[in-house]
Design a protein around this ligand. Structure first.
Ligand SMILES: [Zn+2]
Length: 399
């Protein structure tokens, strides 16, 4: 008789292996029953149980073995737990009564979910999408479920569009470590307030600066919960806002242009919005120059765009303020209400640009985080389960 045994592959102490059964399509049942050496314990509280209420049986998916899909067909007891004062399922340790896979299979699924999409894991293991997601979520909830709020000093607050113009989420980043601290539904005052409400008075006092977009509901929450904090408007958001203004003006100017001029407008949108040094091709540069020579308003806006970025390069508040005033003066010479109201807004919020002198927040870092979250969103762990998306995002940013 062969001394080869499959027993060592199933090192579960509370059960005995009874036999194996090969089925069609490379599937194997390993039959098990509870070992008589152990008294049944309650899966809920871990305490010893008294009265046997009956038997159940279930096939639980385990890790594959030699390309066979393995199911552990196991009998287990329903017992009365004197501690819980309830009928409970006994704990056999290798599976959780509410999951259809063994604990080690669940761990494997969680590991796969870090490098593959749910769909890929689902196809790879022949388990359904929802099962995979729920198993991964249990692990993520245990690791990242409660926000870590200790020692925060500088935050970056951002919003991410889940459904453009309809639904947003607020993302709070620890600027220093780059990790996501918290995510919440919406982008209202209440959203951010509910984050601050999680923090203790000491933790709130520990905050020094917050970088964000010029968004009044957030500003209101910051002023209310952390009035001592320095507000810094981040270049990435302000430039993105001004790019929208440029694009809108370009469309209005296009309508005024003659047929021959319109040809020059065509395909110029991204040339106007792109960083100048990123335009590599000679042809594209010439195209941009032709447009700027043709249209004085766009030429002025283009200069304003380049100058806008320099407002974040000052180290002395006095110089930053002067440059900002100059910028607004130039912007006001453009007769579009859109441009003027942008200048007005910038003037009103100038403190947040001046504060950049003391808290030089790196805009590339914030833009990078924003893009990274978008990629996670696109992989669409998504929209059906915002909690899962939140946990996946926190995991991706954790070190
Ligand atoms: Zn119990």
């Amino acid at each position: 008789m062969s001394r080869l045994s499959v027993a060592p592959y199933f090192p579960f102490r509370r059960v005995k292996l009874m036999g194996q059964e090969f089925l069609a399509e490379n599937r194997v049942f390993i039959h098990m029953r509870p070992s008589k050496q152990f008294r049944p314990i309650c899966h809920f509280c871990g305490g010893p149980t008294s009265v046997l209420h009956g038997w159940e049986e279930r096939a639980i998916r385990d890790l594959d073995l030699a390309r066979q899909t393995v199911f552990l067909r196991c009998r287990y007891r329903k017992v009365f737990c004197p501690t819980c004062q309830k009928t409970r399922v006994e704990d056999l340790e290798f599976f959780h009564p509410y999951q259809r896979v063994t604990k080690r299979m669940a761990t494997y699924i969680h590991e796969l979910c870090q490098v593959m999409t749910i769909q890929e894991v689902s196809e790879h293991l022949g388990l359904d999408w929802k099962t995979i997601k729920e198993i991964d979520k249990v692990f993520l909830e245990a690791k990242f479920g409660s926000p870590k709020l200790e020692g925060l000093q500088i935050l970056a607050i951002d919003e991410i569009a889940i459904k453009k113009r309809f639904f947003y989420m607020t993302v709070v980043l620890d600027y220093q470590t780059g990790r996501i601290v918290w995510m919440g539904e919406g982008r209202s005052y209440e959203t951010l307030a509910s984050f601050f409400q999680l923090m203790s008075p000491e933790q709130l006092l520990g905050l020094e600066a917050i970088a964000l977009d010029m968004w009044d509901p957030y500003l209101k929450a910051i002023r209310e919960f952390t009035p001592h904090v320095k507000i810094v408007f981040d270049l990435y958001h302000v430039v993105a806002g001004f790019n929208k203004v440029i694009d809108a003006v370009r469309n209005l100017e296009y309508r005024k242009a003659s047929q021959s001029q319109r040809k020059i407008f065509k395909g110029s949108k991204f040339l106007l919005l792109m960083n100048k040094h990123r335009i590599k091709s000679q042809k594209a540069r010439q195209h941009l120059n032709r447009l700027l020579a043709l249209n004085k308003t766009l030429a002025k806006l283009y200069i304003l765009k380049e100058k806008l970025k320099t407002l974040w390069t000052y180290r002395l508040p006095h110089n930053a303020q002067k440059a900002l005033n100059d910028w607004c003066r130039l912007a006001r010479t453009i007769r579009y209400p859109l441009v003027r109201s942008f200048a007005k807004q910038l003037q009103r919020y100038s403190y947040g640009i001046i504060n950049h002198c003391s808290y030089p927040i790196n805009s590339a870092k914030i833009e990078g985080s924003n893009n990274k979250i978008k990629v996670i969103k696109r992989k669409a762990y998504g929209f059906h389960d915002l909690r899962y998306f939140t946990l996946k995002a926190i995991q991706a940013f954790a070190h």
